[in-house]
Ligand binder design. Structure first.
Ligand SMILES: [Zn+2]
Length: 372
């Protein structure tokens, strides 16, 4: 008799666990400290040192070679790596395959350009339901995003994390006795005070540190000038992007003579019609992305995937609103870069997919990729 009573309880408990996992994902870790990444089994050459994982934006994706949606996401990961790796983002794919040999064979015929490692218990510390799941970790070590790598706000999350991170401004520059000023001299709120302190030290000609201080100031000035030049170059072809660069320079180095022209350019561009249009379009795109975060995943997917027809069907009301916003961007803000993106995303959302499921049942259980 007792046994008969226990069974439904176990079933109920299993049921609760199964269905609360997803919720825990959504509400849980994002915004909190990311789990420590202790990666030991790298499969790609020149792996990053564990010290180099600190203080920078990281993208960590859990995947496997047998997981079809994971493999389908690879070209997008490659594209994002091309776009953001040299801006300081480190992309790491952690394979949940059982055999490293399988992954090695897979890597030989794939164009993966980011780091790959085996899951040696790393995933135990991350809370997620299945793969593919990507995590964005900000430079302060906080988890800022988690979701399906095909989701559009994945890239937005990477950009936001990059913008919040101090630029790798003085990487490789010897600061000697001024090492403690490194972070402040890299730009931001405390930059000007640190910079002025250096200037005072540089003026004390009989002090032994004055030469070093002078050299550092010259390096900083040259680097700011380099950034201004880069923005100037963009001004004709892409004023909105130039505006963003000027704004970053002003934010980081306000008050310094070399940044003054950036302040002026920023003020001029703020009134530029093209820039205003682009930013209006970006604002609308933000609304569409926000709506997407409210979409839920279908039973096969672990996170909402805008390329999956079941996910689309499940969220058709929300997606109709997203479609309307995107169409509006295309019509009202034609000729903007964002309109191009909106057009691509419209295609992704409205793409006709066959009504019948083409995945074989065997494949289907595989693609579920449930990790637990
Ligand atoms: Zn789906």
């Amino acid at each position: 008799m007792e046994n008969l009573k226990i069974k439904p309880i176990i079933t109920l408990v299993t049921f609760i666990i199964l269905f609360t996992c997803g919720d825990a994902d959504a509400a849980g870790a994002v915004g909190q400290k990311a789990p420590r990444l202790h990666i030991t089994n790298w499969l790609t050459p020149d792996p990053p040192s564990s010290a180099s994982l600190q203080g920078r934006v990281l993208v960590v994706e859990f995947w496997a070679t047998w997981c079809t949606p994971c493999v389908k996401s690879i070209p997008h990961m490659v594209e994002l790596t091309n776009k953001y790796a040299d801006k300081g983002v480190l992309f790491i794919g952690i394979s949940r395959d059982k055999s490293a040999g399988d992954v090695r064979t897979f890597l030989k015929q794939s164009d993966i350009n980011y780091h790959i490692a085996m899951d040696t218990g790393i995933s135990d510390n991350f809370s997620f339901r299945g793969i593919p799941t990507a995590f964005v970790i900000g430079s302060t070590g906080n988890l800022t995003w988690q979701g399906h790598p095909m989701n559009w706000n994945f890239e937005t999350a990477i950009v936001a994390a990059l913008e919040a991170a101090p630029p790798p401004f003085l990487d490789g520059v010897e600061l000697g006795p001024f090492e403690d000023l490194r972070l402040r001299l890299s730009g931001g709120r405390d930059f000007l005070r640190a910079y002025r302190r250096l200037k005072i030290r540089a003026r004390k000609q009989n002090s032994p540190d004055s030469k070093i201080a002078t050299k550092i100031i010259e390096t900083i000035d040259a680097k700011i000038q380099e950034q201004v030049k880069q923005a100037d170059k963009l001004r004709e072809t892409d004023p909105a992007e130039a505006f963003t660069l000027y704004r970053r320079i002003v934010k980081n180095f306000r008050g310094v003579e070399t940044a003054r022209s950036a302040v002026i350019a920023q003020d001029q561009l703020r009134k530029d019609e093209k820039v205003q249009k682009e930013f209006a379009a970006i604002k609308d795109m933000g609304k569409a992305e926000k709506l997407l975060t409210q979409c839920s995943a279908c039973q096969t997917c672990t996170n909402f995937n805008p390329e999956c027809k079941n996910c689309k069907r499940l969220n058709n009301m929300t997606l109709a609103r997203v479609e309307r916003i995107l169409t509006n961007i295309c019509n009202r803000h034609k000729d903007t870069k964002t309109a191009n993106t909106a057009r691509q995303r419209l295609t992704q959302l409205t793409e006709k997919t066959a009504d019948t499921d083409t995945t074989s049942p065997a494949e289907k259980t595989k693609t579920q990729g449930q990790s637990e």
